[in-house]
Design a protein around this ligand. Sequence first.
Ligand SMILES: Cc1cc2nc3c(=O)[nH]c(=O)nc-3n(C[C@H](O)[C@H](O)[C@H](O)COP(=O)(O)O)c2cc1C
Length: 363
Amino acid sequence: MPHLFEPLELRGVRLRNRIAMSPMCQYVSEDGFANDWHLVHHGTRAVGGAGLLVAEATGVVPEGRITPNCLGCWKDEHVPGLQRVTEFVKAHGAVPGIQLAHAGVKASTARPFSTPFRGYIPPEQGGWEPVGPTARRFSDRSPVPRELTIDEIRGLVTAFADAAKRAVAAGFQVVELHFAHGYLGHSFLTPLMNERTDEYGGPFDHRVSFLLECARAVRFAMPEELPLFVRLSCTDWVEGGWTIEDSVEASKLLRREGVDLVDCSTGGATRTAQIPVGPGYQVPFAERIRREAEIPTGAVGMITEPKQADEIVREGRADLILMGRQLLREPYWPQRAWQELEPDVAAPIAGEYAWALSETRRR
Ligand SMILES: Cc1cc2nc3c(=O)[nH]c(=O)nc-3n(C[C@H](O)[C@H](O)[C@H](O)COP(=O)(O)O)c2cc1C
């Protein structure tokens, strides 16, 4: 079995290890543009030794952003700013990835650290009208979204593919589709949010249509040698919602569409879910999808310790470890993990620091 520091090859891309930074919204963009913060946020973790860095949920259309400060990839003008980030990341041995997203019924909110936090921003205050598979509000504090027409759904499939082309032009080597956490993609999958009666709603085969159409269009838009990931909420954690069995079946279909890895998260479709949060609590979903759908998986969620991460890989429970908050606290976590797991071998160090910390430098 491979271990945490064994490279992972997916299509023509080689990750130097199994450690990935999970996509995390930074809420610091203006009009979707990447800036110095993104360069430093990604650059630090590239120098810190992660194998893959997945950029935050990035809007494929302006109305697909969670907040007015989310990153975007809906126009060609976004490419140079993103390219600045990918070039630095690649120059320091990591692979740049990007999560393409549409926030659906959860769009147009104030960023969480705005004061006072206002939640939904209506159009007259600079926000926009959220859309979804069904005109059903997410919670009693949310607006009623507008139900998407079939033409609009098809337009969004194209928007995902066009954003993927721009992402590749900007130098990203992995594209991940965000179909988790109650955002647009997930809201089509789960009966808790999708009450349509046309070809995009109702039975499982209809609810997965948007997912499969996006996967197919994005796969077609990307070069053969670059891998495509999908992040799923593998369960809604409530009776009557999307289940792990549904995720296994959807993952088999995604494998046939040329998807290379399923990133296994959970939840987000309802506020009423009781989620048993704890160390590695989502790993069983990655394990089951890997085994039953025979597709590589990524495990995410409260994986914070080197031994814990290494065991998940060694036990064949997942192929990739995605880390969120621990990599915010500790960008050099991969260095610490190396020292703990491989105490007899010097850790590889990136860039200028390799020389500065080398044995030959005495002063
Ligand atoms: C600040 C922050 C922003 C996040 N933004 C995203 C996002 O853009 N897309 C996504 O799929 N998950 C997002 N997440 C979820 C993380 O990717 C990850 O799944 C979650 O934090 C659990 O992993 P952890 O316990 O290692 O932090 C975010 C989490 C945090 C803390």
